[in-house]
Design a protein around this ligand. Structure first.
Ligand SMILES: [Fe+2]
Ligand SMILES: [Fe+2]
Ligand SMILES: [Fe+2]
Ligand SMILES: [Fe+2]
Length: 405
């Protein structure tokens, strides 16, 4: 199948920004405002980089999907540097973005977006010209947006005073001068926190940017899977190993059931992505050792729909939407999200359900005892016809038993 690479990578970027928005919509508004502001600064002082500054700003905190974004406002610089997740988020974000071909310069910007001109920033204590210049554009835009969030009644003189105090500390004077000029002449940027049509302004800006350069030989599917695996890793360490194993088990089952090559590829990708929607669930719930309350469980149950929601915007994965959406349906209609039953449940989803349950039972999880393969197979057998398709369980018993020898 032929895909337009440029639009495929834009779709991945959009999916990533969707992920930023999942836990808290304020985060994506912040990312849009920072993107608009930083791009305007870059237009003045480093116009050849505006594209990369724009995308880096949009994705600058993709490495913090696991924490509450307000924490940045609550913690002092010293506390931020002492907080392992915060300290690491520029590195994690850069690793995610550098997987996308053509976005390597944006990854470098993200890596340096908390470095400070005076060397007091993180993660590498860079100073002065060692810091990526695009990252300085992002730094000042980020600082201004935080200022606006704390001071919704804008006082322009006060804002300039606040930024002026950070000159040659947080950012260099040329970035400060350029940003002052942007604010002085651009009322929209000055009052960006009051804009109700921010998304439209953001899209319009994006459409006017120079095109992204992509290598023609890029492997879109491989790139997308790696990007998602990294995002999921950032949030939940166990999930990525889980998805890899579910993918292997599902493929073994699919081969044993003589599915054709295309279906085997589909099940491989769908199982690698099946729990991607868990990035929307707070870590405290996913790692809770005891039983979940009703509200928490309702949130966990939303993850197949969220996975479907994220991947439906990526052309190469659109056809996987039903498979991932229904991986928690039960054969007797008691599953979720749509309470489908028996043959209504897509066949590939029924296979993934079995592989998923087998891995959950045989891996260490905070909420349950790890079982032996024999115990897990007995449990699968017990739930034949209720949770699982009996035919698939019969195959699974043979295949999973062979894993012990
Ligand atoms: Fe950040
Ligand atoms: Fe930010
Ligand atoms: Fe799941
Ligand atoms: Fe799973």
């Amino acid at each position: 199948m032929e895909f337009n690479l440029e639009s495929s990578f834009s779709q991945i970027i959009n999916a990533l920004s969707q992920i930023i928005a999942l836990e808290n919509h304020q985060r994506i508004f912040h990312a849009w405002r920072v993107a608009v502001l930083a791009t305007e600064v870059a237009r003045k002082i480093t116009p050849e980089d505006i594209n990369q500054v724009f995308y880096a700003s949009l994705l600058h905190d993709v490495g913090t999907v696991s924490i509450d974004h307000n924490i940045f406002k609550q913690l002092s610089l010293a506390q931020q540097r002492a907080h392992p997740v915060i300290l690491e988020h520029p590195v994690k974000g850069a690793r995610i973005v550098q997987e996308i071909p053509g976005m390597e310069p944006a990854a470098e910007i993200i890596m340096d977006h908390h470095e400070r001109w005076d060397g007091e920033g993180y993660p590498h204590h860079k100073r002065n010209e060692d810091i990526n210049f695009g990252a300085q554009c992002l730094r000042i835009a980020d600082a201004y947006d935080f200022y606006l969030q704390d001071n919704s009644q804008l006082d322009y003189d006060q804002a300039m005073h606040f930024l002026g105090e950070q000159k040659n500390k947080e950012f260099c004077s040329s970035v400060y001068e350029a940003f002052s000029e942007v604010l002085a002449h651009n009322q929209y940027c000055r009052e960006i926190n009051q804009d109700e049509c921010l998304e439209e302004a953001f899209i319009e800006l994006q459409q006017g940017l120079p095109r992204l350069q992509c290598q023609t030989k890029s492997d879109v599917i491989g790139v997308t899977l790696r990007v998602f695996a990294r995002v999921i890793d950032t949030k939940h360490l166990y999930t990525s190993g889980h998805s890899q194993r579910v993918s292997q088990y599902s493929m073994l089952l699919a081969e044993a059931m003589h599915l054709d090559h295309d279906e085997i590829s589909r099940i491989k990708w769908a199982s690698l992505l099946h729990d991607a929607g868990k990035v929307a669930i707070p870590q405290s719930i996913l790692n809770k050792p005891g039983p979940l309350n009703e509200e928490e469980f309702a949130l966990v149950k939303r993850h197949p729909e969220i996975t479907a929601e994220i991947i439906k915007y990526i052309d190469v994965f659109k056809n996987l939407v039903p498979t991932v959406r229904h991986h928690h349906e039960h054969f007797d209609g008691q599953g979720y999200p749509d309470k489908l039953e028996t043959q209504q449940i897509p066949y590939l989803s029924r296979i993934i359900t079995v592989a998923d349950a087998f891995d959950a039972m045989t891996s260490p999880r905070p909420y349950q005892r790890m079982r032996s393969i024999q115990e897990a197979l007995a449990e699968l057998d017990r739930r034949k016809g209720s949770q699982f398709d009996g035919e698939i369980i019969d195959q699974a018993k043979e295949i999973f038993m062979a894993l012990t020898v």
